[in-house]
Design a protein around this ligand. Structure first.
Ligand SMILES: CC(C)(COP(=O)(O)OP(=O)(O)OC[C@H]1O[C@@H](n2cnc3c(N)ncnc32)[C@H](O)[C@@H]1OP(=O)(O)O)[C@@H](O)C(=O)NCCC(=O)NCCS
Length: 164
């Protein structure tokens, strides 16, 4: 894929790149920091989702220090893309990193023939709901007890415009 250039922190550039094996531990730690223990993945769970045949992982890295700022795991199921998770470290939020990761994943899903993207997010995750709505996602339905039978999820979806 092409390297997407962007900036965070008033000028520090970052790029979106493919996941490399050595990133795994860092990605898992970021996921632990991003979510309550009830929602965060164990290492085997995260590895399971990342290794699925139609899944891919993209990483946002600070260009100077190669520090990982965030990542996205997505996959294609039939004709629909699915965002498994998107996580940006706290210091790098509201600087466009999540937007760049989501745009790169959507592009890749579109290229592989997906006509829509779907995802689940916790009903109380206001930041994520606002983020996805700003990116054109709408609430499709609510799934009761999606997280550990305790917390409801919103299923959000967005059609992918054909690039033809
Ligand atoms: C959701 C998340 C990925 C957004 O990443 P980000 O890099 O901060 O997003 P961006 O800077 O690209 O934000 C783009 C737009 O989304 C909206 N947005 C993002 N975070 C928001 C927040 N906390 N409150 C309100 N709107 C928000 C804004 O419209 C923002 O544009 P603006 O900053 O110019 O107003 C990030 O908050 C995160 O990692 N959260 C923890 C993990 C998580 O909940 N992931 C989603 C799981 S489903």
């Amino acid at each position: 894929m092409g390297v997407l250039q962007s900036r965070y922190n008033g000028g520090v550039p970052f790029r979106i790149r493919q996941f490399e094996k050595g990133d795994f531990e860092t990605l898992w730690r970021i996921d632990q920091d991003c979510f309550d223990p009830q929602l965060a993945y164990s290492q085997p769970e995260l590895a399971f989702y990342m290794r699925r045949a139609s899944a891919f992982t993209l990483v946002a890295a600070d260009k100077g220090k190669e520090r990982i700022l965030g990542f996205i795991v997505a996959e294609k199921r039939r004709h629909t893309g699915h965002i498994i998770t998107i996580d940006v470290i706290e210091e790098a939020r509201r600087l466009g990193v999540g937007s760049a990761l989501l745009a790169a994943a959507e592009e890749r899903l579109r290229e592989s023939g997906a006509v829509a993207v779907e995802l689940e997010t916790a009903v109380n995750n206001d930041a994520a709901i606002r983020f996805y709505k700003q990116k054109g996602y709408f609430v499709e339905r609510t799934v009761r007890g999606y997280y550990s039978n305790q917390l409801d999820a919103l299923v959000m979806a967005k059609p992918l415009a054909s690039s033809l």
